[in-house]
Design a protein around this ligand. Structure first.
Ligand code: DHB
Ligand code: FE
Length: 295
């Protein structure tokens, strides 16, 4: 049986990927962010998930105004590196997991999420900034990636509640996959930022801190928020946090936070988290573990 072992959260701004490519991790500007990736790199090297289910969005790279699926899943065996206008980044193509992705697509449609199914989906900074920051300068990616695309750019976009429920449906679908896979879910984007309009440059660290607290301990209260409420607090592009709710919805009710970092730079509040699943990886010292029957 496949099982979700943890949820990770990472920013996805293009500047993060550019800093990886320039080896700029130790500069005063970037160090507070990349210090936050170190525990995540160690965690990935130690836990070695087989698959990352990646909650991400396209930024008018593979989809444009003529076609914007609300939710999509990429089932290809390999995902190309997109050219976002200044040439492809020097990254190897990202391995997919067609069998798991096709299973998820079927299960999600069966449970009421009518996903667009993509047999080719070049990935942009929404996916590649986090992947390259988590696994820098690899010749081959050590993990397969199943991208789940969420429209966060062009209204109508899915509600926070619907994104949280998508996460829950993915949790059920993963548990029904027969092969013994270790799966991590990764939410990307955010936190607060606004890249256009009167409030250009908005960052709200107080809201970002509250969001992270509630994401860990009371995610359903976040799932109840409207887009307007999310945008008032976190900026227009800050609505990307609905992809973090997809991630959180895929986890156990209680999670074990093993990492949290926050830094805000010029345009964006950057957060990183690792929440370990408490149902699938019980520890002897966790009182919740006693509630879980042995396999
Ligand atoms: C930028 C782009 C993004 O997609 C994002 O989520 C944050 C920042 C940018 O262009 O700076
Ligand atoms: Fe973005």
């Amino acid at each position: 049986m496949a099982r979700i072992i943890a949820g990770l959260g990472s920013p996805h701004a293009p500047a993060v990927g550019a800093a990886v490519d320039r080896n700029d991790e130790e500069s005063p500007y970037w160090k507070p962010l990349f210090d936050g990736y170190k525990p995540m790199r160690e965690w990935l090297a130690r836990e070695r998930p087989d698959v990352i289910i990646l909650f991400t969005n396209d930024h008018f790279t593979s989809f444009f105004l003529d076609f914007i699926p609300t939710f999509a899943i990429a089932v290809a065996g390999r995902h190309e590196i997109a050219d976002e206008g200044w040439g492809k980044r020097p990254l190897p193509e990202v391995p997919g997991h067609t069998d798991l992705a096709a299973h998820l697509a079927q299960q999600l449609v069966d449970s009421g999420f009518d996903m667009a199914v993509c047999h080719r989906l070049p990935l942009d900074h929404g996916s590649l900034s986090p992947l390259s920051a988590l696994m820098p300068h690899v010749k081959q990616w050590p993990v397969c990636v199943v991208p789940i695309l969420v429209n966060v750019l062009h209204f109508p976009i899915p509600s926070a509640a619907r994104c949280f429920q998508l996460g829950r449906a993915i949790r059920r679908a993963v548990a029904r996959y027969e092969d013994d896979l270790k799966v991590a879910v990764l939410g990307t984007g955010g936190l607060s930022h606004q890249l256009a309009g009167e409030r250009f440059g908005l960052i709200n660290p107080a809201w970002d801190a509250e969001f992270l607290d509630r994401l860990e301990n009371d995610p359903e209260s976040l799932a109840a928020l409207s887009h307007r409420e999310l945008i008032e607090r976190g900026g227009t592009e800050g609505v990307e946090v609905i992809m973090w709710l997809c991630m959180r919805g895929a986890l156990s009710v209680r999670v074990r936070r093993v990492h949290r970092n926050y830094y805000h730079a010029t345009l964006t509040g950057y957060a990183q988290v690792i929440f370990e699943d408490t149902e699938n990886l019980p520890r002897a010292d966790d009182p919740a573990a006693r509630l879980i029957p042995p396999p």
